[in-house]
Design a protein. Structure first.
Length: 493
């Protein structure tokens, strides 16, 4: 090798620490400029600020049945399994990327028995005689080949960086899938419990209306009540029974949804009826800037930005040479007995520098596409941040309004119950017709159902607020989710 070539290769090797492309920095996000949420919650915040259990956020509701169903979900939900498998796949692909840091060695032993034609074209070895003779021989070979790409401009490092960003994005996505599924289960569970309470309210109304109908029938037999009044009460009773059936229909839908979430067939799954005893817990909100670290979906999009940034570096590296060092060697002989003799040894060493010269604009187009993909990832990240702040504010606002509505609705139920009592007394006293009693019964039932529905909505809104805050997740959970090349890989397949 000429001295100039040796010097040129040496200079290239000294540049091995260069990494082409932009350094990654988390993009700015449109975070609020204040340290408090716009809407004030209808409770005194709990302390300390991290009171939401890490991972098992649903435990703040202190409902043993809900805790049991959530654990079943973690152990049997198929969508969660799929997210875990995607994470394992991303981890393996990241390990594939680190393999390029090491030399690639292969061997291809062979044994060939061959006969050459006597009528083959003459070559330089037989031109002097002008005669080609047939031959038969054996060839034994144990060749080895080695190749190694000197990562002078960071192509391999950028590829590993992109793979690790994708790995961490999948880890954050797993956290988001778990948060979404567990929140959906909790919301379905409290909706079902609300329907249990609502069914109890309707059944109590059915009982009261049956007694009223019995009373009217006796009064009708005694000639005191009219047939119209009996028919009116029968209409109200039948309508209330129909409402009870519709409540049961809705309950069945939520029960079937919970069955799927916990990984069971709907036909084999039953949620026992239980009263709605839960009261919404105080949710520790923290400050708005905390959301950037507590939402797994934000972390997923942020890691997508890091991935896109690394892909820009890869596109930039395509403009620079790819230096590949290669070598081959082994043993070759026409007889097995002499295969391992010194004269049977062969070898070669070389280097290859692939430099793009004319590519028809391919590399420039790839770089432009990579930059556009990075800009898209940044826009998606910022949009996710804005949506997160909206969801938290929505949750706090919903709970504030529902808290006020529940307070006034409790008063409305008390007023409706008193109105029914007055209407009954006035009817028995002959002051009014039975239509006033019918109206009072309907009004009481409507207000009782609304009160129960508001309590259920309050619990569901609390679930979604905890979800909007990240459910106790934090970005540190994916920090160590990355792979690095290690010496043990040198001898691995």
């Amino acid at each position: 090798m000429k001295q100039g070539s040796v010097i040129a290769i040496g200079v290239l090797l000294l540049c091995a620490g260069c990494t082409i492309g932009p350094r990654y920095a988390r993009p700015s996000a449109p975070a609020p400029t204040v340290d408090a949420w716009k809407t004030q919650p209808p409770w005194q915040e709990a302390a300390p600020k991290d009171a939401v259990p890490k991972g098992a956020w649903w435990e703040i509701f202190q409902d043993p049945a809900l805790n049991q169903y959530e654990q079943q979900l973690l152990q049997a939900n198929q969508s969660l399994f799929a997210a875990r498998d995607r994470l394992n796949q991303a981890r393996s692909l990241a390990r594939v990327a680190t393999a390029d840091f090491f030399p690639q060695v292969s061997t291809d032993p062979s044994v060939v028995r061959e006969r050459g034609s006597g009528n083959r074209p003459l070559n330089g070895a037989v031109v002097a005689t002008g005669v080609a003779r047939p031959y038969t021989q054996s060839v034994y070979a144990i060749p080895f080949s080695l190749s190694y790409e000197a990562d002078l401009f960071g192509r391999v490092r950028r590829n590993v960086e992109a793979s690790n960003a994708s790995l961490q994005a999948n880890a954050a996505d797993l956290g988001n899938v778990q948060l979404v599924l567990t929140a959906e289960l909790a919301a379905d569970y409290f909706s079902l419990r609300e329907l249990d309470a609502e069914y109890q309210v309707v059944e109590e109304s059915v009982t009261i209306q049956r007694k009223a109908l019995d009373l009217l029938n006796r009064r009708h037999e005694g000639g005191v009540a009219s047939g119209l009044e009996v028919a009116q009460q029968s209409t109200v009773l039948d309508s209330t029974i129909s409402q009870a059936a519709l409540v049961q229909q809705s309950r069945a839908q939520y029960e079937h949804a919970i069955a799927v979430l916990v990984g069971q067939a709907a036909s084999n799954f039953t949620v026992p009826v239980a009263p709605l005893k839960n009261t919404p817990p105080a949710v520790p909100l923290g400050v708005p800037s905390d959301v950037l670290e507590r939402r797994p979906d934000i972390a997923t999009y942020e890691r997508d930005v890091a991935y896109a940034n690394a892909r820009v570096g890869l596109a930039r590296a395509a403009f620079y040479p790819r230096i590949t060092l290669s070598g081959s060697g082994g043993l070759e002989s026409t007889t097995l007995s002499s295969l391992f003799n010194a004269p049977s040894l062969f070898w070669s060493l070389g280097a290859d520098a692939l430099e793009p010269v004319v590519q028809g604009g391919r590399n420039r187009a790839n770089l432009a596409a990579a930059r556009a993909a990075y800009d898209e990832a940044v826009a998606n990240y910022r949009q996710t941040v804005l949506t997160a702040f909206q969801q938290v504010e929505d949750g706090i606002s919903n709970l504030s309004n529902l808290s006020q509505a529940l307070s006034t609705q409790a008063a409305a139920v008390a007023d409706a119950r008193r109105a029914l009592e007055i209407a009954n007394n006035r009817y028995v006293g002959g002051v009014t017709t039975y239509l006033d009693v019918i109206t009072a019964q309907t009004t009481l039932l409507s207000n009782q159902r609304l009160e129960t529905q508001l309590l259920g909505q309050q619990l569901v809104s609390t679930v979604y607020l905890v979800k909007a805050l990240g459910g106790g997740w934090d970005a540190g959970q994916i920090k160590d989710e990355q792979v690095h090349p290690n010496a043990g890989q040198i001898l691995q397949q």
